[in-house]
Design a protein around this ligand. Structure first.
Ligand code: BGC
Length: 666
């Protein structure tokens, strides 16, 4: 071991429990290197010595990656950002964020992956593998139950044990399989105890049950009491806190914390420092390649929500306008990378992607609507629209509507944007909406007035190129929603409520996201897992083979029945037909994204194991499978089940609790 804890004095060890400054760890009076921490999941956000932010590639937001349902994109995103970390000297990237999208209002949803824990977990795992394969560490965040920005420093997330295990913890559990070098705790208390001081969360669950072996750091300013946090399993308080030394020293003198407990934290920091000194840090991409990676990921994650025969756009004279025609939308906060890439107007990209067959005057784009909240020359825009073959309207949210430190108050577009769509539709019946938002939007006021909608999330600096290639058919859209689009905010489990400032009760329990809409039998605008394509796919020949007591292999054929090459995201859901605890009607247990040439067929194979059938039993304090009938459903979305079959699970009699009033021995 290069850095031996024995060489450090108690005072130096206490100093190591907080940073040296805002972004670096302490150096124990020069005995250790200070390592650099930097945000974030959508591109490197690292401070220059003068406090400004370094330039980096603005990658697509996590919502786009999840919408691609392709873990290779998460891996590529990780590798790409890692190259910039190597270039700039960042040792640990403060990403990925894997919190559940419990409400579409959450201001940071664009940084998170999904309302489904498994989809989010596997995306995060691949991202971590991508970054760490290049010798750069990650920080899986924010552990846990950090699901909105409102009063995020204070409000407790109050949730029952089963809900925690089934919905809010599994994404972390899956991602921890990749052994991120660090985990970042959340700001919020969990059931009244700060996440930073929550021993049950940080030590018992994260390290004990999930097997995490790295360092736990705080979110920035999330620690209230340094010694309590250290005792609970929080190794590093960030950023530098001037009170930390005094607090911990006093607690030590009073016998509230022992040197052994301090040593546990310090040893984890020493281990982390050693990990950062490796020979894997080799940059393998150029700036241009990183930009191309951003475009590629965005292309794969764009979701076609509606298409009444107007897309792909292959020719014609278009008006391309709206606040995000000139440059894509970005969310705000710590995940905002500063890119020096200057995007071309979407009109220009459409002309180029169509090899000049589309005519789209760049000027038209500029003069219509300059921002999400102010509108110039609206009337002129309408007049031009009358003369065009179609109108591409680039609308959505972006910062300040979506960003860290605040939640949306509505999931509708601004009144002005809705007016633009409705007004424009009176002058031109061929409206294509490009929607840029980090989470679901209420499309009900205008969806019937437009011919097509694509959801591009926050697509990153390559957004205009990616969108143009999808709209023109150069790329066949293959994204699917990683969250439900409810019809109205009132339909969501939380509606407009947001807690009382002290606590928020997760009353819907395990019925979050599509699990909620299924239980309430609610119509939705676009279900979880939904996305159209220019190709069409047929599902057939479902086979379910038993491979072990609770191991099954589900396989089926997917055929591209169209003349267009494309990709289909097929999803496997499992439902417990009868259980003595309430369970969701169906839950995602596996998926595949299958790229198919026109006319091509492939057999998809998804493996199911014990966890696919289990619920978390609070009575038994473990995952438990009840014998009985389960339904396996293969869907093109959570509401479009193409194939299904029931299986009967007969588990050993002595592993089940009794189901009858009198035991029957056969
Ligand atoms: C955010 C973290 C981020 C940190 C450092 C906090 O406010 O919640 O996600 O990594 O700041 O910028």
């Amino acid at each position: 071991m290069k850095y031996d804890i024995k060489n450090l004095t108690l005072d130096e060890k206490i100093q190591l429990l907080t940073g040296k400054n805002y972004w670096q760890t302490n150096d124990a009076n020069g005995k250790l290197p200070s390592i650099w921490l930097a945000d974030g999941p959508l591109g490197l956000r690292m401070a220059n010595p003068d406090g400004t932010t370094k330039q980096s590639t603005a990658m697509p937001s996590s919502v786009v990656i999840a919408n691609s349902w392709n873990t290779e994109n998460a891996r590529l995103q990780g590798e790409t950002i890692a190259d910039e970390c190597i270039q700039e000297g960042a040792d640990v990237l403060l990403a990925p964020g894997v919190n559940m999208k419990r409400t579409p209002l959450c201001g940071r949803n664009f940084e998170y992956y999904s309302e489904d824990p498994i989809l989010a977990g596997y995306m995060a795992k691949a991202f971590i593998e991508g970054v760490q394969s290049k010798g750069i560490g990650t920080s899986l965040k924010h552990f846990y139950a950090n699901n909105r920005e409102y009063d995020r420093f204070v409000q407790s997330s109050d949730l029952d044990e089963r809900t925690a295990y089934e919905i809010y913890l599994p994404a972390f559990e899956i991602a921890v399989q990749a052994q991120p070098w660090t985990v970042m705790c959340a700001y919020n208390p969990i059931n009244g105890v700060w996440a930073s001081e929550n021993k049950q969360a940080l030590t018992d669950i994260l390290c004990g049950e999930f097997g995490f072996t790295g360092l736990v750091m705080s979110d920035w300013e999330a620690v209230r009491s340094g010694w309590r946090a250290a005792k609970a399993g929080l190794d590093l308080r960030m950023p530098f806190n001037p009170n930390e030394y005094g607090e911990v020293k006093t607690a030590y003198e009073k016998g509230w914390i022992t040197e052994e407990e301090i040593d546990i934290c310090v040893q984890r920091l020493l281990d982390l420092i050693e990990k950062t000194e490796n020979d894997k840090k080799i940059i393998t991409t150029t700036k241009e390649q990183r930009h191309q990676n951003a475009v590629k990921i965005a292309e794969d994650g764009i979701v076609l929500l509606k298409n009444e025969g107007i897309l792909p756009l292959t020719e014609g004279d278009l008006l391309v306008c709206g606040p995000f025609a000139k440059a894509p939308a970005f969310g705000g906060g710590s995940a905002r990378a500063q890119s020096d890439y200057i995007p071309k107007h979407l009109a220009v990209e459409l002309v180029s992607a169509s090899d000049g067959k589309i005519k789209a005057d760049e000027q038209c784009g500029y003069f219509a609507f300059r921002s999400a909240t102010s509108c110039d020359f609206m009337t002129d825009g309408f007049t031009v629209a009358r003369k065009k073959d179609a109108v591409v309207l680039c609308l959505g949210t972006g910062f300040p509507i979506e960003g860290e430190h605040g939640d949306r108050t509505s999931i509708r577009l601004t009144e002005l944007q809705e007016d633009i769509i409705l007004g424009m539709a009176k002058y031109n019946e061929n409206i294509v909406v490009v929607l840029e938002s980090g989470s679901a939007v209420d499309v009900s006021p205008w969806i019937d007035k437009v011919k097509a909608v694509v959801w591009a999330g926050f697509p990153g600096e390559g957004g205009q190129e990616a969108i143009a290639r999808v709209l023109t058919g150069k790329v066949c859209p293959s994204g699917k929603t990683s969250e439900t689009f409810p019809i109205r905010l009132e339909d969501t489990p939380t509606g407009e409520t947001r807690g009382n400032g002290f606590y928020e009760s997760y009353n819907e329990g395990v019925f979050m996201g599509y699990r909620w809409y299924d239980k309430m039998q609610k119509q939705v605008a676009f279900p979880f897992g939904f996305g159209l394509s220019y190709a069409s796919f047929e599902y057939s020949d479902l086979k379910i083979e038993k491979k072990g007591e609770l191991d099954y292999e589900v396989s089926y054929l997917i055929k591209n029945t169209s003349a267009v090459d494309g990709a289909e995201v097929s999803q496997v859901y499992v439902g417990d037909i009868f259980c003595r605890v309430p369970r969701p009607e169906k839950e995602l247990k596996g998926w595949a994204k299958t790229y198919l040439k026109a006319g091509e067929s492939k057999r998809v194979c998804i493996k199911l194991n014990e966890r696919a059938f289990a619920f978390y039993s609070t009575a038994l304090k473990k995952w438990h499978v009840e014998s009985g009938e389960f339904i396996i459903q293969v869907g093109a979305s959570s509401r479009e089940i193409r194939l299904s079959q029931s299986i009967e699970l007969c588990l050993p009699y002595d592993e089940q609790y009794s189901t009858l009033s009198r035991e029957i021995y056969e």
